[in-house]
Design a protein around this ligand. Structure first.
Ligand code: 2YC
Length: 281
């Protein structure tokens, strides 16, 4: 799991309106709309419940400790969506206790291993990796105007890639798995083969061959140079659509310019939005 740096997230809060408009152009839905789509929830009904749902974001000092702006940024995203969200005055145990004492509906917190949301009434746990894979697959579904029966390449078979692959299968897409460590792809295929459509999963062993033969890509790797520019250029892949939950982004700045409205990526927004909707389920 890639640990975010303050420089990765410090401009998120001030860009939420702009980002929301970008998502609307690329997918036809807003940040909230994509998160609702990921869980098949009606946005209007969800909106009514959001404003009275209180979430305490609790800083965690364990391990490598607090990331400056992390809790504040998570809170800003939740407030942008309309949640009654705040950063707890206290970290760790004291922050969790305060949330219960203040009768918060949920908490969100992250140590070095997991970033979770916990509904304090239903006890449901929203996991950032699961929610992120799911919401980026949902974004690709919207960008592609229905991913059903399309062939999608999932790069990176870790927890995020796994969740994206599972979501794509449930959307009726044909999933191809690719990982720099081949056994990871094979293991994921085994885990998914019982899902509807899982028996049709293919494994792509060579990422460069795979990249030139798929129009729809989920980039869920922790490496920065997964999709080279030459595979993005307009004449080879004019209709390529990429949803990239992987941190750091596996596409160069030049590649982003070429893809423009055919690329969705962020480091926190969509995953936090999806976690929050999951807590409302
Ligand atoms: O500020 C704090 O409370 C820190 N304990 C937060 C640590 C987050 C570590 N995880 C990450 O940087 C990211 C997550 C946002 C998702 C995967 N890695």
């Amino acid at each position: 799991m890639t640990r975010l740096k303050t420089s990765d997230i410090s401009n998120i809060s001030s860009r939420l309106q702009t980002y929301n408009r970008e998502l609307l152009i690329k997918t036809g839905r807003t940040l909230l709309g994509i998160a609702c789509h990921a869980y098949g929830k009606d946005e209007i009904r969800i909106k009514h419940r959001i404003k009275s749902f209180s979430i305490h974001v609790v800083p965690v000092t364990a391990g490598q400790g607090i990331i400056t702006d992390f809790s504040e940024t998570v809170t800003a995203i939740l407030q942008f969506l309309g949640f009654n969200a705040l950063v707890s005055d206290k970290p760790d145990t004291s922050g969790v206790a305060l949330a219960f004492e203040n009768k918060a509906d949920a908490i969100m917190m992250a140590d070095d291993h997991r970033f979770v949301g916990i509904n304090l009434k239903t006890r449901s746990v929203a996991d950032n990796s699961e929610a992120t894979g799911r919401v980026f697959a949902a974004a690709l579904d919207l960008m592609a105007k229905e991913i059903k029966d399309r062939e999608v390449l999932v790069l990176g078979c870790g927890p995020v890639g796994e969740s994206a692959a599972r979501t794509l299968l449930s959307s009726g897409a044909q999933v191809a798995l690719c990982d720099i460590y081949l056994p990871a792809a094979r293991l994921l295929k085994e885990r998914l083969c019982l899902y509807p459509g899982g028996n049709k999963i293919v494994i792509e062993e060579d990422v460069n061959i795979a990249l030139s033969s798929y129009r729809y890509i989920i980039e869920a790797t922790p490496s920065a140079d997964t999709i080279p520019d030459e595979l993005i250029s307009d004449h080879t892949q004019p209709l390529l659509l990429v949803a990239a939950p992987g941190v750091p982004l596996g596409i160069s700045n030049n590649g982003c310019k070429i893809l423009k409205d055919r690329l969705i990526y962020d480091k926190l927004e969509l995953g936090v939005a999806a976690m929050a909707i999951f807590l409302l389920l």
